[in-house]
Design a protein around this ligand. Structure first.
Ligand code: ATP
Ligand code: MG
Length: 559
């Protein structure tokens, strides 16, 4: 199991009796779809609670910013968390449900002289803040009488002022070396409708103020967040220490997940979707949970990946190949094998009786004896992969070529006797072969060895299909590595999606439901896409068979 310092903290707090049970939360802002980085946080938070008797995890929408949030996002987040395999029971909360309480706590702080209404403009506030090396300057409104701040704050709420006319600030220390403690903003005026509270509010709390109090209201014991909030931790504590808060959650930070060849921030994802670089939030090229799901990823593989990477205290980047490794492992165990030809080439077996069909037995999953077998039809004409034939084979090409023999998987050994060419293009249109009837799998000569085994589909029985083959969305491991003056979109991979029409798949796939996953023998793992219709199946390639991760790992070990 990968190192997990947060697990140790939690176990220690239970052992020492600091807490009797663990309460964690997953606090997404409903301003976009969840991605694999969120999965890391979900697995961590729900995992911590599940490891201890009585532990619970709250799903809390951190919805304090009216302009970017919506019900669409709220719903997608719930369906994604559920799909990943986690259950919040009845513990569904919204920070926006705490607006009244947050307001009252703010009034308390003003009353104690620990918060004040500032009437400087945003620009002036910025200039007063100082820098990392220079202390900030007090606002002239910092010494405003408590009564005046209370009155102005009430009128801010009542809608008497325009956006930006005033803000509420915590009175901490303008000279603090931590800029987060230089009288941070607690409330802003925003005349904007909120997707849940409508027009009831025109002042909205900041994340820094709302978050610790939401945690305290819910009795969170361990508030796990990403590293960029490390410098905010003293502020998180300050609010809890200075308010009559019901409990004192502990904030613990861990490194966010970054993956090579993709982008993860919602702002970037929104940009890719908005500009049409991808086809929506569930585009199989995106690292969103909806995208990964459509691509064919399983929740089990994503959870195993998250468990494997563990949690760190320093930012790093994980190879996309590692994520691919986990889906391969999972599907290798579970996905039924089928034969599908992506780029078909006709093969006519001249000595096989015209009109005859045999049903040949094929294993559903050699990795899983309980998966059983199925029958696949075989006939005089079959399709093989265009790549599996060469008229002029290079050395060690153990597939089909004039005069060469190969085995058709689960069927016979065939020998190529010639080709038929397209008169116009000169391309090979058809391969002519003979078969050896003694070599049927399970038959008398089935032990005869040939170097290559090919997958195939009977032409008379094949179903038509479309295959969507994916590559990385970005050509560079770090999409931000661009020439001066260009942005990350310069690194978009023009070949990230290849649509292959006219594929031929075995007839048993008729009626396969979206999200069904298969191994196409010798090709990779594929998942039925929701675009499939009764007459035409569409498959997404989840991942190719080639185990690039094993190679990387080996290279690392050797190096
Ligand atoms: P983004 O930068 O993608 O917009 P965010 O942090 O603003 O992400 P939130 O909706 O606020 O998104 O995130 C909810 C939770 O998920 C937070 O606790 C956040 O720390 C965590 N989280 C977000 N991105 C990652 C990531 N890449 N790795 C791990 N945890 C993440
Ligand atoms: Mg956020």
């Amino acid at each position: 199991m990968a190192g997990n310092f947060i697990r140790e903290i939690v176990a220690h707090d239970l052992q020492t009796g600091k807490h009797r049970r663990v309460v964690t939360r997953f606090p997404p802002e409903p301003n976009g779809y969840l991605h694999i980085g969120h999965a890391k946080s979900i697995c961590l938070n729900f995992g911590l609670a599940l490891e201890h008797p009585g532990g619970v995890t709250n799903l809390r929408y951190d919805d304090t910013n009216p302009s970017t949030e919506s019900v669409e996002y709220v719903e997608s987040i719930q369906s994604d968390v559920r799909w990943l395999g986690f259950d919040w029971g009845d513990r569904l909360f919204y920070a926006s449900d705490y607006f009244e309480q947050l307001y009252e706590y703010a009034v308390q702080l003003i009353g104690q002289g620990k918060a004040y209404v500032d009437s400087l403009s945003a620009e002036e506030i910025r200039r007063h803040r100082g820098t990392l090396t220079e202390p900030g300057k007090d606002s002239p409104y910092r010494t405003r009488p408590v009564g005046e701040s209370l009155d102005l704050f009430a009128r801010m709420r009542a809608g008497e002022f325009k956006d930006g006319a005033h803000v509420l600030r915590a009175k901490i220390d303008m000279a603090s070396p931590n800029v987060n403690l230089r009288d941070p903003t607690m409330y802003r005026i925003r005349h904007a409708a909120h997707y849940r509270t409508g027009d009831r509010w025109c002042i909205y709390p900041t994340y820094d103020y709302a978050h610790p109090i939401s945690d305290a209201i819910e009795g969170i014991t361990h508030s796990v967040c990403t590293l960029e909030f490390e410098d905010h931790r003293p502020l998180y504590r300050w609010f809890l220490d200075n308010l009559d808060a019901p409990c004192r959650p502990r904030q613990i930070e861990f490194a966010r997940l970054n993956l090579t060849h993709t982008v993860m921030s919602k702002r970037r994802l929104l940009d890719l979707v908005g500009k049409g670089h991808v086809n929506g939030w569930d585009d199989p090229r995106l690292p969103t949970l909806k995208g990964l799901r459509r691509r064919g990823y399983t929740p089990e593989a994503i959870r195993a990946f998250c468990e494997h990477i563990g949690v760190q205290k320093r930012d790093g980047v994980v190879e996309m190949a590692l994520l691919e490794h986990f889906i391969r492992e999972d599907l290798n165990r579970r996905a039924p094998r089928v034969m599908a030809v992506l780029r078909p080439l006709r093969v006519v077996i001249e000595n096989y009786p015209e009109g005859r069909t045999e049903e040949l037995e094929a294993l559903n999953n050699p990795e899983d004896p309980t998966a059983g077998s199925r029958r696949v039809p075989f006939g005089r004409t079959v399709y093989i992969e265009r790549d599996d034939f060469r008229e002029d084979p290079p050395k060690k090409f153990f597939r089909l070529a004039p005069g060469q023999e190969v085995r058709l998987r689960y069927a016979y050994i065939i020998k190529c006797t010639g080709v038929v060419k397209d008169e116009r293009t000169g391309e090979v249109a058809e391969v002519r072969c003979t078969y050896d009837p003694e070599t049927r799998s399970g038959g008398p000569q089935s032990g005869r060895k040939v170097k290559g085994t090919l997958h195939w589909v009977s032409a008379a029985h094949a179903l038509d299909a479309e295959a969507r083959l994916y590559e990385h969305l970005f050509v560079k491991a770090d999409p931000d590595e661009v020439p001066e003056g260009q942005d990350y979109s310069a690194n978009l991979n023009p070949n990230s999606l290849e649509t292959v029409l006219g594929c031929k798949v075995e007839p048993g796939l008729a009626g396969a439901k979206p999200e069904s996953r298969y191994q196409f023998e010798r090709q990779g793992y594929f998942c039925v896409d929701a675009d499939s219709t009764g007459s035409r199946l569409v498959f997404n390639r989840t991942v190719a068979l080639r185990d690039s991760w094993a190679k990387i790992e080996k290279a690392q070990q050797d190096g």
